[in-house]
Design a protein around this ligand. Structure first.
Ligand code: UT7
Length: 324
């Protein structure tokens, strides 16, 4: 029997505290005009003091489980994609498992920075298709505000905190083309670009927390190319024309990068889910947050073809095609 991973539900969580561009402009040499023009970002959410990545993840998990109509104890796999774990170890996923009151199944983190959710989705899909898990919770959760150098205007205006989650369930597949579920996942990395986007410190072997350092223009250039290539790869692998895509739900780093990918797919802006204006770049959380937003407001509907793509530090990049 072959199996498919069907998305049963999704949910998101954003911290209460909203920081606008104007607030940032009071503290550093920037302006709302510069940030909006270069990135599309207008505001971002920032976690409260003491609020950790697992707190955000738990709220998103509860929302996704409620939306799916699935009880937490039905889960047998929890994956958290994060670059900002509560602690160096254990995995934030293990904390989420405990906070959900679970003692069965298994939980671990995936670290692929802004591509983390696509990586985690691919890992969960493979576990499900191999029969090693049946009901999986895949979370992207970040508190990037803790990694920012708030005096570095080239990075601190770009990021926000948040979490999003999906619940996947393995169902028997008859191989019919209109079946719901994850149709394909595509992962890539090229570690030569390690120093173009990184945190200059721990956790781990250096013992310091560190701050984000980025060669913005270089990252931008690679993002456009990598995303363009991986979108082609998805269409080719699934024998689809761009018109078959109902919704592009991309990683939300910069409106100009998203517009570039949409243009390549000949997708009008009305078929692209854009949250970067209100969420900024929430790294691994951005795609599930965008999914949760567009499902909640009724744009994404069952049976539609959804293309997810992301690129981030490493470099890592990837995409997934899902019949919702
Ligand atoms: O999710 C992971 C992937 N990350 C990304 O995808 C980010 C990709 N990169 C980008 O989105 C863009 O490169 C940025 C938004 C980061 C920067 O935009 P840019 O058009 O590449 O600007 P730039 O770095 O070339 O900077 C242009 C000018 C510079 O001033 P000078 O040297 O021309 O005098 C910067 O110092 O803008 C200045 N600048 C700012 N000015 C006001 C940089 N940051 C700011 C700021 N406010 N926040």
């Amino acid at each position: 029997m072959t199996r498919r991973s069907v998305v049963m539900g999704c949910g998101g969580y954003l911290p209460d505290n909203i920081v606008t561009n104007d607030t940032l402009a009071q503290r550093i040499a920037t302006s709302d005009e510069w940030i909006v023009q270069r990135t599309g970002i207008k505001s971002r959410h920032v976690a409260a003091e003491g609020q950790t990545t697992s707190d955000l993840a738990l709220n998103a998990a509860k929302a996704a489980l409620a939306h799916a109509g699935i009880a937490a104890d039905e889960l047998d796999l929890i994956i958290v994609a994060t670059t900002t774990p509560d602690n160096t170890f254990p995995a934030t996923a293990a904390r989420v498992q405990a906070k959900l009151g679970l003692t069965h199944g298994f939980a671990f983190d995936v670290q692929a920075v802004c591509s983390g959710f696509i990586y985690a989705l691919a890992v969960a899909d493979n576990f499900i298709r191999l029969g090693q898990a049946t009901t999986a919770l895949v979370i992207g959760a970040e508190t990037f505000s803790r990694l920012l150098d708030w005096n570095d205007r080239t990075t601190c205006v770009l990021f926000g905190d948040g979490a999003g989650a999906v619940v996947l369930r393995g169902v028997a597949s008859e191989g019919k083309p209109d079946e719901r579920g994850i149709l394909s996942t595509h992962l890539h990395s090229d570690g030569r670009h390690y120093d173009k986007l990184y945190a200059d410190g721990g956790p781990g072997s250096t013992g310091t927390t560190g701050h984000i350092r980025m060669e913005g223009k270089e990252v931008f250039r690679h993002a456009v190319q990598c995303l363009s290539d991986v979108v082609d790869e998805v269409l080719l692998a699934n024998h689809l024309a761009p018109e078959a895509i109902d919704w592009l739900v991309p990683h939300q780093a910069n409106q100009r990068i998203i517009d570039g990918t949409a243009k390549k797919l000949h997708l009008p802006p009305e078929r692209v889910v854009m949250t970067v204006d209100r969420h900024a770049n929430t790294s691994a959380a951005s795609i599930p947050l965008a999914l949760a937003t567009a499902v909640a407001d009724g744009r994404i509907k069952q049976g539609q073809m959804i293309l997810l793509d992301a690129m981030g530090g490493g470099f890592t990049w990837g995409a997934a095609l899902v019949r919702w």
